[in-house]
Design a protein around this ligand. Structure first.
Ligand code: P5A
Length: 438
């Protein structure tokens, strides 16, 4: 993409209303624009990152055997009356009336809808187990939307729902998602710590939150120092409940941060190994048995011919929140440092002198060759000072920068910079191409 034809409204000044670094950087880098309280437009650069995060989430869901579908954002109040949650949900639910005076709502989650859809087709134990998911916008009328997309009112969530014939099967499905989550976050360069959690309005008796450590996080957390090393997610036996328990052992979460709870956390995390931090909740999984299936009259025929109410779980990932969490975890005083896996472009190509014929010809040529090699490139071909181009590239955080200037071209070299380390090397065009395409 040529920057001269792109839409990248970057700003130098830090916006006054943004309190945390990810919100500031997303605004400054021209990734999002607030259109109403807690509601954001995704500008081209932000949209590309959102799609890449979404694609990693999708890939790991597919690998875990979940099946993608797409449910609508608007739901009928009657559906929610079947589970009893229409009245229970409270003011966070955005309630809407259509022209026929029918009560509708903008979905904050989809347990009811997926249960109704699957209930109407699943007949026997042979239709189970199934895990279905979608990646869809949600709306929660948060009292205090804040920190940009970290706590928005409209936000993108991956939500999966599992249906099993018995509890052992349901726990297996839960464990499978648990491991898929660790893999998902690891692919984004994040260390997310699973913590036992309260189930809140979703319900059930087993639940884990996945927390990314960040000083600006909304939750105060305690964790075992083992989690300071990256989680190893190979070779995990999903039916080995004890093994999985060992993974999460010693992990607990302090909601109220009272002294009493802190003592409990300390005991659970074995004294010296306890660490305290703040964290961002990037995912939350639930096992709630027959809460929705029973309330909504879902039954299938079991292997022995009797009717069975399926066991369910639900599994959420905050896709749009993840973008803020990644920035919280990966930035410096110049701007964002994207992990390669979610970067909006792999390479930022800077032409230092568009008025220099040789320099521009070399830059145009390299741009064409990068495209031919399938390397996503943002090409700064604007008539701007070099300093401004460097600042923009550092701000938007593409993993590689290639700088082409008249002096280098005379000597047959370009400069390659790795954004994360700041390391710069002079290379021939061929070698630079090989490095970024490799
Ligand atoms: C699980 C999937 C659920 O809603 N039902 C379907 C269950 N869980 S949850 O914990 O309430 O939400 C899942 C994840 O969504 C993100 N999230 C948000 N992101 C941005 N802004 C918000 N206001 C917001 N609320 C929830 C979180 O990452 C959460 O873990």
């Amino acid at each position: 993409m040529r920057l001269s034809r792109y839409f990248l409204p970057v700003t130098k000044e830090s916006p006054a209303d943004a309190q945390i670094v990810s919100h500031k950087l997303m605004l400054r880098a021209g990734m999002i624009r607030q259109t109403a309280a807690g509601i954001y437009a995704w500008l081209p650069l932000g949209h590309r990152v959102l799609r890449r995060i979404e694609q990693i989430v999708r890939d790991e869901q597919d690998k875990a055997g979940a099946v993608e579908l797409l449910m609508p954002t608007l739901q009928s109040a009657d559906l929610w009356r079947q589970s009893g949650r229409y009245d229970a949900y409270g003011p966070e639910m955005l309630r809407i009336t259509d022209r026929h005076d029918r009560e509708m709502l903008y979905g904050p989650t989809n347990e009811e809808m997926i249960t109704a859809i699957f209930r109407d087709s699943a007949r026997s134990y042979r239709d189970l187990p199934r895990t279905l998911y979608h990646i869809q916008w949600k709306f929660r009328d948060e009292v205090r939307p804040r920190f940009g997309v970290m706590r928005g009112r409209e936000f993108l969530m991956k939500d999966a729902y599992s249906f099993d014939i018995d509890e052992a099967g349901a726990r297996h499905s839960y464990n499978r998602m648990f491991v898929a989550y660790l893999r998902t976050y690891a692919r984004m360069g994040l260390r997310a710590i699973p913590m036992q959690a309260d189930t809140g309005p979703i319900g059930g008796d087993l639940s884990h939150e996945f927390i990314v450590l960040a000083p600006t996080g909304e939750s105060e957390v305690f964790y075992h120092s083992n989690w300071e090393a990256p989680a190893v997610v190979e070779d995990i036996d999903l039916d080995d409940a004890e093994g999985l328990q060992a993974i999460v052992s010693g992990l607990t979460r302090d909601y109220a941060a009272t002294d009493e709870k802190r003592d409990l956390a300390r005991e659970a995390a074995a004294g010296d190994a306890l660490r305290q931090s703040r964290g961002v909740e990037v995912g939350h999984i639930f096992f709630f048995g027959t809460k929705y299936s029973a309330a909504m009259g879902m039954k299938v025929q079991g292997p022995d011919g009797t009717e069975v109410v399926p066991q369910m779980g639900s599994y959420g990932i905050g896709v749009s929140r993840l973008m803020a969490a990644i920035i919280e975890a990966s930035h410096d005083d110049k701007g964002i440092i994207w992990p390669d896996s979610v970067a909006p472009y792999a390479v930022g190509l800077i032409n230092m002198r568009i008025d220099d014929a040789k320099c521009s010809a070399a830059a145009d040529d390299l741009y064409t060759r990068l495209q031919a090699a399938g390397v996503d490139t943002l090409y700064d071909d604007r008539d701007e000072r070099g300093g401004a181009k460097f600042a923009t590239m550092d701000l938007i955080g593409l993993p590689w920068q290639i700088v082409i200037g008249p002096k280098g071209i005379e000597r047959g070299v370009v400069e390659l910079k790795r954004r994360a380390t700041g390391e710069k090397v002079e290379l021939s065009v061929e070698d630079a191409l090989a490095r970024v395409a490799g």
